[in-house]
Design a protein around this ligand. Structure first.
Ligand code: 3SL
Length: 232
């Protein structure tokens, strides 16, 4: 039986073997939720990069550019990191180069894995179905916040563990802890997360509707997969 394990921060990735594994990269608020939304609204591919300048450079190649730092759209880019900005037809048929504080970093630091898929509550069952077919050991890589643990990515890991329970072995306590937290939260995740650090950060920026949107389950049937230097 394949296994599922959870890495709570990209800073802990050195403790894990990525080769031979499928990574599910997750940044619920909001990078991976936004990427899933962008694909659902017609983006052809997404290039996640770590640095603002590198991202800006993709404009010359005809890409849309998107950037967020500390929750705010960076100046001079076409798009920020709100999923709602990707729903108006602007990304249809386009390549989007994107850099965010934590999410794009989690993806790029997972490149040694056999496969990387992008996960969010929005495409939870699509990710689960894919992993059942793939039959590789799974590592959920939580983006966290600047190297630290966060609740919302951990809840996603727990939700995925719940969907895969009985078909995947739980590798260690990180998976169990994620599952227990998800059980405690799932009746009302908005309420559960109200005191969490990133929800408070986003609420200070008055980004309430993004939070509720990103916590919806199984809205989209899209599976962003890493191929070469981008998500397709
Ligand atoms: O850290 C990230 O990658 C972002 O998703 C953070 S924010 O939700 O845009 O503030």
């Amino acid at each position: 039986m394949p296994s599922i394990d959870v890495c709570y921060s990209p800073e802990l990735l050195h403790l894990y073997e990525l080769e031979g594994k499928a990574v599910v990269a997750v940044d619920i608020l909001r990078a991976t939720s936004t990427m899933v939304t962008a694909f659902a609204h017609g983006a052809t591919d997404i290039i996640p990069v770590m640095q603002l300048e590198e991202c800006r450079g993709y404009a010359e190649q005809g890409c849309l550019t998107a950037a967020e730092r500390n929750g705010i759209k960076a100046e001079g880019f076409d798009l920020g990191n709100s999923p709602f900005a990707y729903m108006n037809g602007q990304v249809k048929g386009r390549t989007v180069a994107i850099t965010t504080t934590n999410g794009t970093r989690a993806i790029r630091l997972s490149e040694a894995a056999d496969e990387i898929v992008v996960g969010a509550f929005l495409n939870l069952e699509t990710v689960a179905e894919h992993l059942r077919e793939l039959q590789l050991d799974v590592l959920v890589v939580c983006a966290g916040w600047k190297g630290k643990f966060n609740l919302e990515d951990t809840l996603f890991a727990g939700a995925l563990a719940e969907r895969l329970q009985g078909e995947f072995e739980f590798e260690n306590d990180a998976t169990l802890a994620s599952l227990y937290l998800y059980h405690a939260a799932k009746e009302d995740m908005v309420a559960f997360l109200r005191q969490s650090s990133h929800v408070r950060r986003l609420e200070n920026l008055e980004i309430h509707k993004d939070i509720e949107f990103c916590l919806q389950h199984d809205t989209y049937n899209v599976l962003p997969v890493w191929k070469g230097d981008r998500l397709v």
